[in-house]
Design a protein around this ligand. Structure first.
Ligand SMILES: Cc1ncc(COP(=O)(O)O)c(C=O)c1O
Length: 447
């Protein structure tokens, strides 16, 4: 661990970077020119050279209350000294029950049971397994088919990449889960470029579910999983009416609807969950990231009462669901999550994205007309800036923008040729100006 002097001065003994295989990273590029962060507070990281880097992405969409929030830090410190670990199988600790109750209260409608995991990927696999098992316990075990969506991102477990639709995340990893099909994605620049908020065109893409039902038979389909707003693929917003239409078709055929809210949960769109923002209630919600403000890994699945109840049959002493993780409901994660919820509620962060919406939207669309910008998208405190790919070098332009913004003291995120922004929800207007000012300057300078 770095000592205080090293953090303050950035003078750190040279590290050998070779042993670490970094995730979703151009390892050789990074190791030639490392971008190393050593501390963080509020809206800012401190880089190895002591410079401040504004966090335009809330880490990876997770640090909603800003970095190093004292209340969350202290809750975790106290918990590790009090109860460092407790098994979650056949034993419990009070904080996990308290947290589950609080999450159930936040959730829409009767999604009032929670299963804990340790990441978004685990939350997704858990939800898919619950969907399959639910149909089995109800005597409809023929419902084994899972439906995802092109360009969807549901983490990196085999379940998640099977229902996911980002080609590079799938194509190296064999034949994946059998019996999976995909809805078409809804991205259409021809009809929807430069929409403010949800695009007006494209709700009919939900009707592709009718076609899949016709093709496979409703009695074979267990669940549909979508991100209400697709983040990792480059900020794709649902066309107006699309999610409601999906809900109606799922209801018509007894298919469970899962919203993957790993990035949209905990205030990102201006409500606790995207489900409330869009007024559409799914059967399960997956969550992670903002759950603990990114401090301790945690994920979970919110489940409707009827699903939970379907499992609570038979002998009282029989295990109802053969699934769980050593760290499900880990005491440190629960302490962090309970403290994060306190902070989100006390500081009004669940609704702050709604309050800043107009200012943010105008800032996003102020980039219109800058070189290479072919679309701008916004919802809550999320922005997608789509760049024209360089001929023969897809993704290069956005990656150069990322490197250049970092040099100028702003952390952005890119996927392909799309820049995705999702700052901590504590961002102030002057920081919104700084963020978009830097992005604009960089866009002007790119070849
Ligand atoms: C919608 C969605 N689902 C799942 C995941 C996976 O989460 P994790 O990286 O915690 O496994 C992500 C991560 O970005 C996500 O955006």
């Amino acid at each position: 661990m770095l000592n205080d002097e090293e953090v303050k001065t950035g003078q750190i003994a040279d590290l050998d970077l070779q042993a670490l295989w970094m995730p979703f990273t151009a390892n050789r590029q990074f190791k030639k020119n490392p971008r190393m962060l050593v501390a963080a507070e509020g809206m800012y990281y401190t880089a190895k050279d002591g410079s401040k880097i504004m966090d335009g992405t809330a880490g990876l969409w997770c640090v909603n209350a800003g970095h190093g929030h004292r209340q969350i830090v202290e809750a975790v410190q106290q918990q590790v000294a009090k109860l460092d670990y407790c098994p979650g199988f056949q034993i419990g600790h009070p904080d996990s029950f308290e947290l589950a109750g609080r999450l159930a209260d936040l959730a829409p409608s009767d999604l009032n049971h929670v299963f804990f995991a340790n990441s978004g990927s685990e939350a997704v696999d858990t939800a898919l397994k619950i969907a399959l098992a639910y149909h089995v316990v109800r005597g409809e075990g023929g419902r084994q088919r899972l439906i995802g969506r092109e360009r969807g991102y549901h983490g990196v477990g085999f379940g998640g990449i099977s229902v996911g639709g980002m080609v590079n995340n799938r194509k190296f990893f064999g034949s994946l889960l059998p019996g999976v099909d995909h809805l078409p994605h809804t991205h259409d620049l021809g009809h929807n470029a430069f929409s403010r908020g949800e695009p007006g065109w494209g709700a009919h893409h939900a009707d592709a579910l009718e076609s899949l039902v016709a093709l496979h038979g409703a009695s074979t389909i267990a669940a549909v999983i979508v991100e209400p707003v697709a983040g990792s693929t480059g900020v794709l917003l649902p066309p107006q009416g699309y999610l409601r239409r999906l809900r109606e078709i799922c209801d018509k055929y007894g298919i469970l609807l899962i919203f993957d809210e790993v990035i949209t949960g905990f205030g990102r769109l201006g409500a606790s969950f995207a489900s409330q923002h869009y007024g559409v209630v799914p059967d399960m919600i997956t969550m992670a990231k903002g759950m603990t403000n990114g401090t301790v890994p945690m994920g979970g699945v919110l489940v409707r009462k009827g699903i939970y109840d379907a499992f609570m049959e038979g002998s009282d002493s029989g295990i109802e669901l053969f699934h769980g993780y050593t760290y499900s409901g880990h005491p440190l994660a629960c302490a962090a999550a309970n403290a994060a919820l306190d902070v989100y509620l006390k500081e009004g962060l669940m609704t702050r994205a709604a309050e800043l919406h107009d200012y943010w939207e105008d800032a996003v669309h102020s980039l219109r007309g800058l070189p290479h910008v072919i679309d701008l998208r916004n919802v809550g405190l999320v922005a997608g800036i789509e760049l024209e790919p360089r001929p023969g070098g897809p993704g290069e332009r956005a990656f150069e923008a990322f490197l250049s913004c970092f040099e100028k003291g702003v952390l952005i995120r890119t996927t392909g040729d799309i820049i995705a922004l999702s700052p901590p929800l504590i961002i102030e207007k002057k920081e919104v100006d700084q963020l978009f000012g830097t992005v604009a300057e960089v866009l002007r300078s790119l070849a």
